[in-house]
Design a binder for this molecule. Sequence first.
Ligand SMILES: Cc1cc2nc3c(=O)[nH]c(=O)nc-3n(C[C@H](O)[C@H](O)[C@H](O)COP(=O)(O)OP(=O)(O)OC[C@H]3O[C@@H](n4cnc5c(N)ncnc54)[C@H](O)[C@@H]3O)c2cc1C
Length: 349
Amino acid sequence: MHMTAYQDDITGSTTETSPSGPSVAIIGAGMSGLSAANSLRAAGAHVRLFEKSRGPGGRMATRRTDGSTFDHGAQYFTARHPRFVSRVAGWIDDGIVSEWNGSIGVFESGSLRDSTGATKRFVGQPRMSALTRYLSDGLDISFNTRISSINRASSGTWRLHDDTGQKHGDFQFVLSSLPPDQASRLVGDNSDLAGRISNVRMKPCWALMVAFDKRVEVNYDGIFVGDDSSISWLARNSSKPGRGDVDSWVIHASAEWSDHHLEDEKSLIQDVLLTGFKKIVGQAALTPMYSAVHRWRYALAENPLNHGVLWDGTGTIGLIGDWTNGSRVEGAFLSGESAALQLIEGIPS
Ligand SMILES: Cc1cc2nc3c(=O)[nH]c(=O)nc-3n(C[C@H](O)[C@H](O)[C@H](O)COP(=O)(O)OP(=O)(O)OC[C@H]3O[C@@H](n4cnc5c(N)ncnc54)[C@H](O)[C@@H]3O)c2cc1C
């Protein structure tokens, strides 16, 4: 766990050394939290992030094994808003993002057809998590720190508590990038936010990762699946830039199927998704040399909001994340950036 002088403020034993702007706690170091943190830092705020995992990135995750990598969360991202388009261009110049020119197909009514189109798809290079690692450079992040509650001090500032009982604070502002259920629980007693987000539902996704010692001969690198009851998408991960030569694939189960099989044994999930994969690529005899599954309990919002950021009545707690802003990587980035801009320039009433 990373400790800073700020953490000890609560005991009065040390003082914070360099805050020139407002002090802001950000819960979660995924794309939205990192985006907010970078914009706030650039504007002179004192920012500290708290992340329950041992590294940054959240759902922009990559699993590494001997010889292969698997982007088992976000597959690629698109860029439509001018601010995000220009940010992506900068990341490409810095060599941390590349366009993925994989050929894209659709599997429907038992056959494959081309669907490549004009959409530009971007990926972190040499793996998806490289981008969030890059964005976390120089930020003050406490890893392995799961925030379990927040409460207001008599001075009006916020104190955070982690699940070991450790207190962190004080902060003038808190930004939470947690999924809606957890965000509700966190802010429940402190604001009216819980009621405003109670309808937002996150859908789960089971992900299968498989690698083969010989190339799987199929014409497409990414396949949207229209009519299979278990699978919604598969991608030849190794077709993305910098991923190496081992033929590696990520297969995502559909939200409905994942929901239905959320608590099933991993071995069963693995069997069903592998069988579905073989059917789609038309090769019944394939045997992977590596196979693993991962369960995303909160993968994508079924009914995301379009607020950018949601502030509580005091304008000191903000909820950010893909689900507050149309979903997906771009939405998450813009949500964090909006929160930072509004916090610096004044929160609209
Ligand atoms: C299977 C899957 C496929 C996807 N495919 C695509 C795609 O192709 N294109 C696309 O654009 N998007 C895709 N997405 C969505 C994309 O990954 C997200 O929109 C984006 O990464 C969300 O970023 P975020 O910061 O809002 O949330 P997250 O990445 O979830 O970040 C939240 C962070 O908060 C941390 N956290 C949670 N609770 C606590 C706590 N109590 N205390 C401290 N830290 C906590 C988490 O560990 C996490 O790091 C996909 C997601 C999944 C799961």
